[in-house]
Design a protein around this ligand. Structure first.
Ligand code: SAM
Length: 356
């Protein structure tokens, strides 16, 4: 089959054989990419119209107990100037974001034990008390079922936990021995079962990643059926063991966004900060490849530079939540428009009907 035929088949059947995915990922040519992106846009527009959802991202701690080899804030990186925001500072960010029009807040951080079950529950509670119509998303790594349940009961709606890679051997290449793929996957299934709108995902082009690994990622996503899929290029950080590894591919990330949109028409698909870092118009190009979510930075400007997962992570201001006008302009420049409601997925979760 030609790449064009594979794209048509993928659109129609939302699936390909493993060999079909490998052939498409390896062999797609630039004009065929345009066809993939056009079909992905048509599918996203049939589900979401021209709307782009925005989420205010609050990077509230760069303290992490984990030592993932790729990550700039890994615990062994002694050069990081560590910070954690107090519950009051987090609430101030939310208030500012609410004033800017945000109705979803993503609380992301390293796996920082200071934020105990009770402290996190209090933070979630205070946000939901003041802003009951807003969605709270957590992205704070692997915790216990008891903690996940408590936070869900406190009002958290969504949870982002990238699986990073669905291949055991590749997982071992990226993480130290005290972490495990099976535990990460177990956390994802638990989150789904508890009723969270759940997000998984992976880096594109992380060290040692093969096309077969990417196909395993697609298969895992088919099995998990997450509400959101976050992918972005791997970008190296100078103070990690992977400092000499090449960055992931911009093109391949866009192709995978297109493929994911055809496989999962209703999924929330962000054009990530990493995509905006690898190319100045990366996030706009991501939208044109099938993405429908943006997560501008709402963290206090004083700490933004310290949440450096990879070198040169954009945080100069233009990408930030405070520059809503610029963001809207950029989104409109590619034919879409920003909407500031909760922006739920069109896939059901346990607790809420979507689009309530
Ligand atoms: N600690 C939480 C967790 O593990 O899910 C959330 C924070 S973690 C820093 C968020 C994501 O950043 C990870 O899931 C990973 O995919 C991404 N990330 C980390 N280092 C990266 C790098 N060098 N390049 C691109 N993405 C990276």
């Amino acid at each position: 089959m030609t790449s064009r035929e594979l794209i048509q088949k993928l659109e129609k059947e939302r699936d390909l054989t493993d060999a079909g995915f490998v052939q498409l990922i390896r062999g797609i040519l630039p004009d065929e990419e345009e066809e993939l992106f056009a079909r992905a846009r048509a599918v996203r527009e049939a589900v979401y119209g021209k709307a782009v959802y925005v989420r205010g991202l609050i990077e509230f701690s760069n303290i992490c107990r984990n030592d993932c080899y790729y990550c700039g804030i890994r615990k062994s990186n002694a050069k990081v100037d560590r910070y954690r925001l107090t519950p009051e500072e987090i609430l101030l960010c939310v208030r500012e974001g609410y004033g800017l029009g945000f109705r979803t807040f993503v609380l992301q951080g390293g796996e920082d034990p200071w934020y105990t079950k009770e402290r996190m529950a209090d933070i979630i509670h205070s946000i939901k008390k003041e802003f009951p119509a807003c969605a709270v998303t957590l992205s704070i790594g692997e915790r216990t079922k008891d903690e996940y349940r408590c936070w869900y009961e406190a009002g958290a709606d969504r949870y982002l936990l990238r699986h990073e890679t669905a291949d055991e051997e590749h997982y071992r290449r990226l993480h130290p021995a005290d972490m495990s793929l099976s535990h990460r996957m177990e956390c994802l299934y638990t989150l789904r079962e508890l009723g969270y709108q759940t997000g998984a995902g992976c880096m594109v082009g992380s060290p040692g990643q093969t096309v077969d690994n990417l196909v395993s990622d697609l298969r895992f996503l088919q099995e998990l059926k997450p509400h959101m899929i976050g992918i972005g290029p791997y970008l190296s950080h100078q103070d990690t063991p992977f400092s000499n590894e090449p960055d992931g591919s911009y093109r391949l990330t866009l192709v995978l966004l297109g493929i994911l949109r055809l496989m999962f028409p209703g999924v929330l698909l962000p054009a990530t900060t990493a995509l905006g870092t690898i190319a100045p118009d990366g996030r706009e190009r991501g939208l044109l490849a099938g993405a429908n979510v943006l997560m501008p930075n709402l963290s206090p400007s004083g700490v933004r530079k310290k949440y450096e997962l990879y070198d040169n992570k954009i945080c100069t201001g233009e990408e930030s939540a405070q520059c809503m006008d610029e963001l809207k302009r950029r989104v409109e420049s590619v034919g879409y428009h920003v909407v500031t409601d909760r922006g739920d997925s069109r896939i059901e979760n346990g607790r809420r009907r979507i689009d309530e």
